[in-house]
Design a protein around this ligand. Sequence first.
Ligand SMILES: C[S@@+](CC[C@H](N)C(=O)[O-])C[C@H]1O[C@@H](n2cnc3c(N)ncnc32)[C@H](O)[C@@H]1O
Ligand code: SF4
Length: 467
Amino acid sequence: MTFVPSAADVAAYLDQHMGREPGTKIQYGHPSPRFWQVREAPLNELLAPLDPHKPLNLYLHIPFCPPTDPEACGFCLFAREDYQSYQAVDAYVTDLLVELGHVAARVGRRTLRTLYFGGGTPNLLNEASIRQIFARLHQLFDIPPGCETTLEGTPGLFTPGRLEALHEVGVNRISIGAQVLKAHLLKYSGRTQRNEHIVRTVDFCKARGIHCSVDLITGWFEQTPDDVVDDVRLLHGWGVDGIVNHPLTLGGDSEFARNKHRLPPIEVSRDAFLAGRATLLELGYRADSYTDYCRADLRPVQFLEMYRDALHNDRLGVGYGANSLFAGTVDRPGHTYKNVVGRDPYHGRLSAGRSAVESVFDFNRVDLQLIYVLKGLEGSPWLDATAYAQEFGSSLADDFAPFWQVLTERGWLTWNDGHPQLQGDGIFYTSEVQRCLSEPRNAGLRGAARRREPGSLSLGAAAALDA
Ligand SMILES: C[S@@+](CC[C@H](N)C(=O)[O-])C[C@H]1O[C@@H](n2cnc3c(N)ncnc32)[C@H](O)[C@@H]1O
Ligand code: SF4
């Protein structure tokens, strides 16, 4: 297969990249958004691969965040902006509901499998906005009782009144961004949360039967493996249902990226990440991916399953910067696309009755194979050779043979009864391993971009020739 690197290339790539902060899946997509075609595609065309037989998952993006010094908590790479006035939030919610109306008019009144409010900081919405959004959602979609409905946010904004409103409208999963629990580490982000805010939110969730998960970041300034272990134990003691252990992703012009020479050495970050993992497993959590852990007596989070099984789930994102992905089928691959970023461009598009879409990538069969394998490397349920053969009509062992060989030689991978699984340090380097695997395809897309005629935007078509 032309998209698989040689064993020498795999080894060279990993040697070259292992010294860097590896980053996490949160910034990871295939192919890299750098190769998506910039075009404002009409919604009718974009929504065509949506399959009425596949579960539909809806994501709503709320970009506003409490301002911090340093900006954007010092590390954040999401599409977000500082909160300035509630008027701006109100105007944005109006636009969001307009976009929602446009897509719903085309997809019909579908039943949702999951609903997710991400950001930014969705718990900055006031009770009136929360009720307004849910009233419209119920007009446009069938949201069955118990539909997994997640809202994420910062600890301080999960106030009792807001939590009551969220519970009343059916939010049954809360994701709290804590990042670190010790004040001397938290200060680097400029965030003003206190641990009492987390305890109060967890207690509320427990009393109402709401699933409650907390995000941590490892690889932070001054942070030691013991700090991560302490945070995990503290959260466990408070009774959380899930913990997410993100390796720090550096990028762009963030304060953390500018000062990366002051971050702990990569070996310390790796040990901190793996110490956090070992503690979580020891405390009885189940690893549902290399970053996501859940109490073993609870079923895996459906939102996570949806991301992992991208070929068999449709994901519709609304709001500025939101992503959608409709994989289509192996014989008729679909596409992924992203909305414009920024309140003004987003409003401009919607007020003119235009689509909010800014860039699109049309998959080919190879992309679907890669997405399937890349997501399957993130953890349980692991890749499955039998399912791969059924899906693509070829052998998982043979199609990626040089790749398995090098990872096995490093002690990063083991084949367990037809399931290739990352292990040991390989788990920490998951996203680097993923990048390594998708690099030849990205290189093909880079070549296609260089070769294409000036003025032509047909990157998707050139990419198909390359594969
Ligand atoms: C949209 S954000 C968070 C929600 C909320 N605004 C907050 O900060 O509490 C989702 C999660 O992504 C993670 N995250 C954001 N930027 C990251 C980065 N650069 N590296 C690692 N994790 C990051 C954080 O753990 C964060 O809680
Ligand atoms: S981490 Fe959360 S609060 Fe901080 S900038 Fe990112 S989205 Fe906003």
